[in-house]
Design a protein around this ligand. Sequence first.
Ligand code: FAD
Ligand code: UDP
Length: 370
Amino acid sequence: MYDYMIVGAGFAGSVLAERLARVENKKVLIIDKRNHIAGNAYDYYDEAGILVHKYGPHIFHTNSKDVFDYLSKFTKWRNYQHRVLASVDGQLLPIPINLNTINTMYGLNLSSDELTEFFKERSEKKKEILTSEDVVINSVGRELYEKFFKGYTKKQWNLDPSELSASVIARIPTRTNKDDRYFTDTFQAMPLYGYTKMFEKMLDHPNIHIMLNTDYKDILGVIAYKKLIYTGPIDEYFDFRFGKLPYRSIEFKFETLDQEKFQETGTVNYPNDYGFTRITEFKYLSGQKHHKTSVVYEFSKTDGDPYYPIPRPENALLYKKYQQLALQMENTYFVGRLATYKYYNMDQVVAQALATFKQIRDNEIANANI
Ligand code: FAD
Ligand code: UDP
């Protein structure tokens, strides 16, 4: 009899398995239908011996010292600040849009103050910022919106930015200084030996049993446990009772090239050309030295593994209906990007899992006092 059955060995499931086993001395069974741990953060060495990310580039960044300290128990880090260029009108320009982007693009020599004025002249002020289109047009105007955001968003989501919640494009700021880093979080680093190694350490405990190639639905009623933590898609758990929650999927095309370097930076975005959204060259992320290089192209699609919840008001409403069902269940916790239908980064999922652990402990203390 296990104290906990945990469905999914990604960040959400693995953090909870680790905390429950190590801190609370619980017996935990963690299962995953895939043939590996680490969920979408899984990385491995490809045939050429280059560390690649099976489910697309995963760059760790957080402002939470708690999250960073927690993960630091299981890995050393390599400092890494991600930089992205966007291919626009035949030029490779830094994104997020910043002073260098505009000066290079238009052949100008503006100062930060002049750039603020430049944006002001072009922005179309919106009374309410509801959609992703509103976010960009309100801050930098229509031309930059069309060159950097409209096409990329259509490719990535098969939606116009006006059909997506503001939170999606709000992930990408606009800057009037020369900071060309993709993220400005306090902690930005990659696990020194990769994500999978970090997960192996996290799950290395005598109280944790791991079962791979195992779908939760196939072992229902077969294995005894007291409490359930579920990190798969919430609509699937409830047999799509209220209809399917939409997700975006991606097809990843990997290539290894017989050359040391392929592109100028970790990721190049292609908002307007080609069928793919972006190309990432993994050696930038890992710092690995190798005479070959491996890259991944991302093609967004509707069907396939669920990777991205789609932030739209009607999807949030549908999720709320499933959330109501989830809240009524006893001894069952829904955690993670798929189970709470949130466009979360890795650090947000770790924070959510640590908060759930605290909630579980508080519940147990309350029950023990009854
Ligand atoms: P997952 O990692 O999806 O884990 C859920 C696990 O549950 C999966 O392994 C799945 O196989 C398993 N599962 C589901 N259903 C069942 C079932 N019925 N039975 C058994 N097992 C089941 N975040 C960042 O911070 N930085 C980035 O650069 C970044 N880049 C990303 C790029 C892409 C292309 C994608 C898709 C995501 C990216 N993310 C990034 C987000 C990051 O992947 C997630 O925040 C994080 O991995 C979510 O962890 P999770 O445990 O909630 O879900
Ligand atoms: N985006 C864009 N152009 C870009 C980069 C991002 O239009 O060059 C928009 C797009 O809608 C994308 C969203 O901003 O889906 C979030 O981008 P991010 O790089 O955070 O996406 P992720 O890494 O999660 O796929």
